[in-house]
Design a protein. Structure first.
Length: 317
């Protein structure tokens, strides 16, 4: 890792091997890739900050299997520090499938009993967490098991006590846990977090609010200082508690939205850590997320900083 004074972004969660159905003439063809919301976020952040002093690290557990080894190789290639990753000889690396139809994309999971779901407080890399400038947590990280949820809260406590920021994406998956429990855990986490990045559809259920402004109000009421509400192709609504701005989406030739929200999270956090205000960070993240939809899979189309900057310049021209 780089010098200790360099900013460090740490993510905690579950990586998943991805099989994405292509849209060619043969729907039986599946493209193997990588996914898992927090892993996607970490890779997006690493690509967007490559060449700067900002470092990115990931905390999880993978199976001591071929898929787990593939992830370790991927993180090394993407400049994501994986010293906080443990290998579990008794549990597999999770897998999911993405299928596509006229309504969009649908997910099917093989994740029960995954190595990441067996994370616990005892396996946390405390030294890495104490060094973190920011910790990114997802509702999925909390939903995969009780022990993983406990590990997330413990990691939050360590980072907060050391003076770091907490970034949170509720990323609701009702197949993973009951809505009542999700609401309780999400709201408790929002109260501890600095930067909240929910998506509109899930936020309606989590915060009992229907309009974007009402959702942002509800999140602020729980104590969150900065909210970036993702609105898909419509862009995002950003608020710092004093100012509120609707930022339009970037029009692109989208083919697969898998991982776009995770890319937004990574871009938003990177820019905040590098000194942008919430509105500058969101404009940058909006473009990064749009570019992430222009290829298949959650990781392959994630852009680098040069690609995002070029689009921002083009939009301003």
């Amino acid at each position: 890792m780089s010098e200790p004074s360099a900013p460090l972004l740490v993510a905690i969660g579950e990586p998943m091997i991805e099989f994405n159905q292509t849209r060619g003439d043969d729907p039986s063809l599946w493209l193997q890739g990588f996914g898992g919301d927090t892993s996607n976020m970490a890779i997006a952040a690493a690509r967007l900050s490559h060449g700067t002093t900002l470092r990115v690290a990931y905390v999880t557990s993978v199976g001591d299997d071929a898929f787990g080894h593939m992830f370790l190789k991927l993180w090394s290639e993407e400049h994501v520090d994986a010293t906080g990753v443990t290998r579990d000889r008794h549990a597999p690396t999770a897998v999911y499938f993405v299928s596509h139809d006229a309504q969009g994309h649908a997910f099917s999971y093989l994740r029960a009993g995954s190595a990441a779901s067996r994370m616990n407080v005892e396996t946390l890399p405390m030294q890495t967490l104490r060094m973190a400038s920011a910790l990114h947590v997802s509702g999925i990280s909390q939903a995969i098991s009780t022990s993983a949820c406990d590990a997330c809260f413990a990691a939050i406590d360590v980072v907060r006590n050391a003076g770091g920021k907490i970034a949170y994406d509720p990323n609701l998956r009702v197949k993973l846990w009951p809505l009542a429990r999700a609401r309780a855990i999400v709201r408790a986490t929002v109260a501890m977090a600095d930067w909240i990045m929910p998506s509109y559809d899930e936020a309606r259920d989590l915060f009992d609010a229907s309009s974007p402004d009402a959702i942002v109000d509800a999140v602020h009421a729980l104590g969150a200082p900065i909210v970036a509400l993702k609105l898909g192709a419509q862009g995002c609504l950003v608020s710092d508690g004093q100012r509120r701005e609707r930022i339009a989406g970037r029009r692109v030739d989208a083919v697969d939205a898998t991982g776009a929200g995770d890319c937004f999270d990574g871009a938003f956090i990177v820019r905040l850590l590098q000194g942008d205000d919430a509105f500058e960070a969101a404009r940058y993240a909006n473009v990064a997320a749009a570019l992430a939809t222009t290829g298949f899979g959650a990781v392959a189309p994630l852009p680098d900083d040069a690609a995002v900057r070029a689009c921002l310049v083009e939009a301003a021209a």
